[in-house]
Design a protein. Structure first.
Length: 89
């Protein structure tokens, strides 16, 4: 499944909108999910934390790493810090 984040949340999304996206992802964690950040200049680390922390706590870091991938994310390193717990991708 591919989710265009900008299409899903709109152009002016805020940190709290990560909860809406997370709930949608939780309903589909049994399949591979690609989050496409096309058209978004930068995503805040706070947004990524809000999006992934509960998922990691519920599903486990390894499961999230295996099942959720991102593309067109300008700050890939921040994603790695949040999801993988390291700055190395």
């Amino acid at each position: 499944m591919e989710i265009n984040v900008r299409g899903f949340l709109g152009d002016d999304f805020v940190v709290e909108d990560a909860i809406v996206l997370r709930e949608y992802i939780e309903e589909n964690t049994d399949e591979m999910i690609w989050l496409d950040f096309d058209g978004i200049e930068k995503v805040s680390t706070t947004f990524l934390n809000c999006l992934f922390t509960d998922l990691i706590n519920k599903e486990g870091r390894d499961t999230i790493i295996r099942r959720i991938c991102v593309k067109n994310l300008a700050n890939q390193r921040d994603f790695c810090r949040v999801v993988r717990g390291t700055a190395f991708c």
